[in-house]
Design a binder for this molecule. Structure first.
Ligand code: PLP
Length: 370
């Protein structure tokens, strides 16, 4: 198997998986329990919260653990995108976790350019108390937004900034205080932690903005009820510790592979476009339009050889819905339906990429001979 779909999810880092096991089999106490046996679960949750907060320059009490990125995004939209007293400004490039949980009647869409960038000067009409939500990096293109400049503009107007950093967290440096981020969503399974864990960072003096979605016990400072997923939190903390120590090297290794892949494809495969290549991108994302090819057919062909990539289209009912992200950067329906996303990480090899390029060429020559 050749796994080139790390933007969809990653393998749980074996060290993170190993760190989790004792919190299922030995230290399984409920962190809220009063007896001594629960102390280790409680300690672990506090410890991982410290590690994660420190990694983004936040305070531990600014981290609310959630079940993942979707829940973190929904906490923001549920609290702030349905109010008649404020506007919610966002981009059409956002993940469905934002776009499908807002009230369009209370939303202003900020235009983006053809590279998928939302520049600060395109944000107009923000008022005191409004909320701007712009993703840190796009899941299909990997393009990174100028978050610091956006934050300045937002704060000048007396508004608040949320960023969905699900794709970027653990892959590029993020410091919420230095960058002026007020709220941030992150997810574990995109960066070597298990699925089903994430967090919402909310700046301490802005926590009054958030209304809990899940109510019950007083966990997570009353912002997210339910017994903490201690093993997943431990795995998340471990993956963050690994990212802290290796992120720079991983970035270089991953980018080298991605750039090699794209350079080779440009040399060897005619009629392709690489989307978002002209701007700052995450190191592993590669969005490629194979003009005249149906992405689903190419995907199925690659799948025969165990190559995992993805298309931006949602094929729920059999009819292909072109990706809203690709449409937002100006691709036609046909071009969007001819686009594949390959997302590498540091574990991939040049041999895997050469094999993949070979199979792409093979598919195209079979197709052309028909
Ligand atoms: N936001 C972005 C940008 C994503 O890429 C994803 C997942 O693909 C999500 C949110 C949802 O995260 P999760 O799968 O942790 O719910």
């Amino acid at each position: 198997m050749i796994y080139l779909d790390n933007a969809a999810t990653t393998r749980t880092d074996p060290d993170a998986a190993l760190a989790m096991l004792p919190y299922m089999t030995d230290f399984y106490g409920n962190p809220s329990a009063d007896y001594g046996f629960a102390i280790e679960s409680r300690r672990a949750v506090a410890n991982e919260r410290n590690i994660i907060a420190d990694f983004i320059g936040a305070e531990p009490n600014e981290i609310i653990f959630t079940s993942g990125g979707t829940e973190a995004d929904n906490m923001v939209t549920n609290s702030l995108a349905h109010s008649s007293s404020r506007w919610f400004l966002t981009s059409t490039l956002e993940h469905k976790a934002i776009l499908n949980s807002i009230n369009e009647n209370r939303t202003i869409f900020i235009p983006n350019d053809m590279n998928g960038i939302v520049s600060a000067d395109r944000i107009a009409g923000i008022q005191d108390g409004d909320v701007v939500s712009v993703m840190f990096a796009n899941n299909e293109l990997g393009t990174i937004q100028p978050i610091t400049e956006i934050a300045e503009k937002v704060h000048e107007a007396g508004a608040y900034l949320h960023t969905d950093a699900v794709q970027a967290f653990g892959h590029v440096p993020i410091n919420v205080k230095k960058m002026g981020i007020d709220m941030m969503s992150a997810s574990g399974h995109k960066m070597g932690a298990p699925k089903g864990i994430g967090f919402l960072y909310v700046k301490k003096d802005l926590q009054w903005l958030i209304t809990p979605i899940i109510r019950g016990g007083g966990q997570e400072n009353h912002y997210r009820a339910g017994t903490e997923n201690v093993p997943a939190i431990v795995g998340f903390g471990k993956a963050v510790e690994i990212a802290r120590n290796t992120m720079d090297n991983r970035y270089i290794a991953t980018k080298k592979l991605r750039d090699y892949f794209e350079d080779q494809l440009l040399k060897e495969v005619p009629n392709i476009t690489i989307n978002g290549r002209n701007v700052d991108r995450l190191p592993g994302h590669s969005s490629i339009t194979f003009h005249g090819v149906r992405a689903e057919e190419l995907l199925s062909y690659l799948d025969i050889y165990g190559i995992c990539a993805s298309s931006g289209s949602a094929c729920n009912t059999g009819d292909e819905q072109p990706s809203h992200v690709l449409k937002a950067i100006g691709l036609t329906d046909n071009e969007a339906n001819s686009t594949l996303r390959f997302s590498m990480n540091h574990r991939n090899t040049k041999e895997e990429l050469n094999f993949t390029i070979g199979k792409i060429k093979e598919f195209l020559s079979i197709k052309n001979s028909h």
